[in-house]
Write a protein that binds this ligand. Structure first.
Ligand code: C2E
Ligand code: MG
Ligand code: MG
Ligand code: MG
Length: 279
């Protein structure tokens, strides 16, 4: 009997493995044509200035709806886009669409409105990245201040020289350089020393527990005080409750985004988004 069980376990295991492999293959196959079939779109999540409760910017987040697969989450398709090199074209699409929106919102909403774009490690390895960003800005007559670039630690892991000089080029143009998912990596502190960041985005896995877990609260409070002494702005991701917001404000957090304010929205709905008063 135990033999049979073992065989069954193995059987289920290989079945599950085959399913994963097949899923991965069909996602990759469909992703190759996603751009040309116009299946990608952007949503924008409002970023709120905690001093005055105003929406000052928005993070652009990629969405993919495929007729065969349905909606596929970025957590699933971005890594595949990275591995296959598709991320370069997709990243350029995100930049162009996001800046197009920024240009509109700077006219319609607020002349200082900015958009934030996630840039992945693979894009960073492209020596043409700075040129792509320059053209995307200048063709819309936008200054660097209209853009924030979010990078994760993994961007900085490999070619330290290349990444540092690209970040310096961004900074020279007035582009805000943000470290995304701060606190989840292994070497955040040493990167803060070596790279010219402007903003820390505290990962939502910490923010989610600050009112329940005293350790998470202490980590976030320590990050806020560290950031202040390094003259960095802090943005808290994933703010979902009033209690989290109150704690963050009490400790001097500058900016926030999260479901408490709004989910990521299509640009058309963003225009309707009401500014919310902070108590
Ligand atoms: P991220 O850059 O850390 O983006 C924030 C994620 O948190 C988004 O997930 C957003 O929808 C989600 N979020 C925002 N507020 C809340 C909240 O209050 N609660 C919870 N539970 N979640 C919240 P999304 O859109 O699924 O994106 C996941 C990740 O995929 C992003 O994490 C980013 O790393 C990557 N990604 C998305 N769009 C792009 C893109 O255009 N380029 C690249 N390279 N990566 C992207
Ligand atoms: Mg991000
Ligand atoms: Mg990110
Ligand atoms: Mg993040």
């Amino acid at each position: 009997q135990s033999k049979g069980e073992g065989r069954n376990t193995f059987h289920y295991f290989t079945q599950a493995m085959n399913r994963d492999v097949e899923r991965r293959q069909s996602v990759e196959e469909q992703l190759r044509g996603a751009l040309s079939r116009d299946e990608l779109s952007l949503v924008f999540q409002p970023i709120v200035d905690l001093r005055n409760a105003r929406v000052v910017g928005a993070e652009a987040l990629l969405r993919w709806h495929n007729p065969t697969l349905g909606p596929v989450t970025p957590d699933e398709f971005i890594p595949i886009a990275e591995q296959t090199g598709l991320i370069d074209a997709m990243g350029q699409y995100v930049l162009e669409r996001a800046l197009e929106q920024a240009a509109r919102w700077r006219i319609d909403r607020d002349p200082e409105f900015w958009v934030s774009v996630n840039v992945s490690p693979q894009q960073f390895r492209d020596p043409g990245l700075v040129g792509i960003v320059d053209r995307a800005l200048s063709s819309r007559d936008l200054p660097g201040q209209a853009l924030q670039v979010e990078v994760t630690e993994s961007v900085l892991l490999d070619e330290r020289g290349q990444a540092a000089s690209t970040l310096a080029e961004f900074k020279a143009r007035g582009i805000d350089v943000a470290m995304d998912d701060f606190g989840t990596g292994y070497a955040s502190l040493s990167y803060l020393r070596h790279f010219p960041f402007d903003t820390l985005k505290i990962d939502r896995s910490f923010v989610g527990d600050i009112t329940e877990d005293p350790k998470d609260a202490e980590l976030v409070i320590a990050s806020l005080s560290l950031a202040r002494s390094l003259k960095l702005k802090v943005l808290a991701e994933g703010v979902e409750t009033e209690a989290q917001l109150a704690l963050l404000r009490e400790h001097g957090c500058d900016l926030a985004q999260g479901y408490l304010f709004a989910r990521p929205l299509p640009a058309a709905d963003f225009d309707e988004f009401p500014e919310r008063s902070l108590r």
